[in-house]
Design a binder for this molecule. Structure first.
Ligand SMILES: Cc1cc2nc3c(=O)[nH]c(=O)nc-3n(C[C@H](O)[C@H](O)[C@H](O)COP(=O)(O)OP(=O)(O)OC[C@H]3O[C@@H](n4cnc5c(N)ncnc54)[C@H](O)[C@@H]3O)c2cc1C
Length: 399
């Protein structure tokens, strides 16, 4: 089959790959994006409940997990949320801030994919969908040759933007990790992040009847804390607070919940004791959290008749013990729901072997890794797309 020559080949037509291709194409480079799914940007389409939380205006390097927390700084500083917002506004896509700096499309994620494809077209980027890669060769002259289902492609630069392992049904593959290893790169251990946690045994029994209940909590683990909603599911727990903390949790780690976020539990109990001495503890708790949750808390964690005693009957020591249950509630999770539902993959191509300015391999000139395949993972809230845009732009302007 004929060999088509390009200046750069980008594997993966997701957020990072398209962004990189646009930046390189705008500089006059001949770029081809190779996407094995039948359309580009499938994760963009399904993101943010179909409205794509495309960035977060409060993005800082502190919003990312990586073995090297400094690695993401350069790219994030050079391509900020405001750069992406400028593109969104130029394409007249209406958006709004939902909360905490999270920007969503008013209408649909489809508009973001359309915008990226329009930019690709304007920049002369060739996009090959339903195109599978059969082999990757690295010739002595430094050029990369891809044998694909659409023919042979060759270029002096190969950008790996094939994403992580989450949601295999959307085209996720381990391609980028395998390729990195083949070229001598280290891949740091992979695991599902931003993922619901599962409970088992008595811990699941305790929560089982509460499926569907949502309440605000502060979830704490390994020195991180997130205050947001927790949702009890039929297999475990989910909701933004749990998804966020899941990235910091591994089996066996101590995970604690503050069930009265923003309150000092002991002060709160003392206040109620002073102001409403005749009111039952259960009634007081029911006013602070969903009734079913308060009921279960009383049944299991406040045994005997304690929940039905009026507040005045509790000794200071008993109030202290109760405050501990409310502010430092131990949640024993057994695992995660895994890549089937995870929003991201933690770990990935070791940043120690990449340039933080260009994303180029320090081992193989001309080889680049961008987006989620790299060991940089954002919090929930638009940070992962911002990393995809920023790392894509960094490579696209350096190629
Ligand atoms: C349900 C869900 C909702 C999300 N919502 C948000 C959100 O609202 N905001 C946010 O910031 N982040 C969100 N994320 C995370 C975000 O989607 C990813 O972090 C981001 O898409 C990563 O960009 P990427 O370009 O590195 O990878 P991807 O966007 O995953 O793109 C990788 C591309 O490579 C292709 N590919 C893989 N293997 C091959 C191969 N062998 N050959 C050719 N092509 C290949 C894939 O088909 C895919 O198109 C969400 C994730 C999920 C799963």
């Amino acid at each position: 089959m004929a060999l088509a020559d390009f200046d750069a080949l980008v594997v993966g037509g997701g957020a990072a790959g398209l962004m990189c291709a646009i930046a390189a194409g705008q500089r006059g480079l001949r770029v081809c994006v190779v996407e094995h799914a039948n359309r580009v940007g499938k994760k963009i389409l399904m993101s943010g409940g179909g409205r794509c939380n495309f960035t977060n205006t409060g993005t800082t390097p502190a919003n990312y997990l990586s073995a090297n927390p400094h690695f993401c700084k350069s790219a994030l500083a050079r391509y900020t949320p405001w750069h992406f917002i400028e593109m969104v506004e130029r394409h007249r896509i209406a958006f709004h801030e939902k909360e905490l700096g999270q920007l969503f499309c008013d209408e649909s994620s489809k508009l973001i994919v359309r915008m990226l494809l329009d930019e690709c077209e304007a920049a002369g980027v060739r996009v090959e969908t339903s195109c599978s890669i059969e082999s990757v060769e690295h010739a002595d002259d430094g050029r990369f040759a891809l044998k694909t289902s659409h023919g042979r492609l060759r270029a002096p630069a190969l950008v790996v933007a094939s994403g992580g392992l989450s949601i295999p049904s959307m085209g996720a593959s381990g391609f980028g990790y395998d390729l990195a290893r083949r070229f001598g790169h280290s891949v740091l251990p992979l695991r599902a992040g931003l993922v619901p946690l599962t409970l088992s045994g008595k811990h699941q029994d305790h929560m089982a009847e509460l499926s569907g209940v949502a309440l605000p909590v502060t979830a704490r683990c390994n020195g991180q804390a997130f205050t947001h909603t927790m949702l009890v599911t039929h297999r475990g727990i989910s909701g933004p607070a749990i998804l966020q903390i899941s990235s910091y949790w591994q089996p066996g780690d101590d995970l604690r919940l503050d069930l009265l976020p923003g309150e000092d539990a002991l002060d709160w109990l003392r206040r109620h004791q002073a102001e409403r001495p005749a009111t039952e503890l259960k009634t007081v708790l029911t006013e602070a959290m969903p009734k079913r949750f308060a009921q279960r808390l009383c049944d299991i964690w406040l045994p005997g008749d304690r929940a039905h005693r009026p507040m005045r009957q509790f000794t200071p020591a008993q109030l202290q013990a109760m405050a501990r249950v409310l502010s430092d509630f131990p949640l024993v999770a057994s695992g995660t729901e895994g890549y089937r539902t995870a929003e991201v993959t933690l770990g990935g191509v070791d940043t120690g072997e990449l340039s933080s300015r260009t994303m180029e391999s320090r081992l193989i000139p001309g080889l680049y890794f961008i987006g989620e395949v790299v060991d940089v993972t954002g919090w929930l809230g638009g940070y992962n797309f911002q990393w995809a845009w920023a790392s894509g732009q960094a490579a696209g302007t350096a190629l």
